[in-house]
Design a binder for this molecule. Structure first.
Ligand SMILES: [Zn+2]
Length: 178
């Protein structure tokens, strides 16, 4: 049955997830907007790795490689957890994915201002991309929309965990070993 696709969430695991989530939110709110200490250092690393990797295949797409790079790892993790039916792992990977959008939005919003210090001092990705798309004057609007979607995405992940917990309570106890 479809219900057995997902692991049952034990109290201990849920406690761990809740503590992790609280620590994450605390860090997020204490950080400068769009740059969470530690997490966004990792995201930046994947971003910088993404450029040359995509650049190997296509020069023009290299500009997008950074953003693709920083989204790739949470997506791969999410797929892996999804295949294993691990609810909390998938939710955590999903939250990481959407947190990345806040970081991307910060970079987008800087497309005209050009104030962020850039690693390697190269081109400004979003100045290049938005200029290419002829939407440079909407940079902060697009960034604002992405930020809203990021929060909605993270909230959806948390809501889904709540839904899974509620469904678990509806399951007969003897399904645990299935
Ligand atoms: Zn970049």
């Amino acid at each position: 049955m479809a219900e057995e696709r997902w692991e049952k969430i034990t109290g201990w695991k849920l406690t761990g997830f809740g503590l992790g989530l609280a620590a994450f939110l605390g860090l997020l709110l204490a950080s400068e907007p769009g740059f969470v200490f530690g997490l966004d250092h990792a995201n930046l690393l994947f971003h910088e790795a993404g450029h040359p990797i995509v650049g190997l295949f296509n020069n023009r797409l290299e500009t997008y490689g950074g953003t693709l790079g920083q989204l790739t790892f949470p997506v791969l993790l999410a797929i892996s957890f999804w295949r294993q039916g691990r609810v909390l792992g998938l939710a955590a990977a999903g939250i990481w994915f959407f947190e990345n959008w806040l970081n991307i939005a910060r970079y987008m919003a800087d497309a005209r201002a050009l104030e962020l210090p850039l690693v390697g001092g190269g081109d400004h990705d979003w100045n290049t991309i938005f200029t290419r798309w002829h939407v440079l004057s909407y940079d902060t609007d697009i960034a604002g929309t992405l930020r809203c979607l990021a929060w909605a995405g993270m909230a959806t992940m948390v809501g889904w965990v709540g839904w899974r917990c509620w469904r678990d309570r509806q399951r007969p106890d003897n399904t645990e070993s299935f």
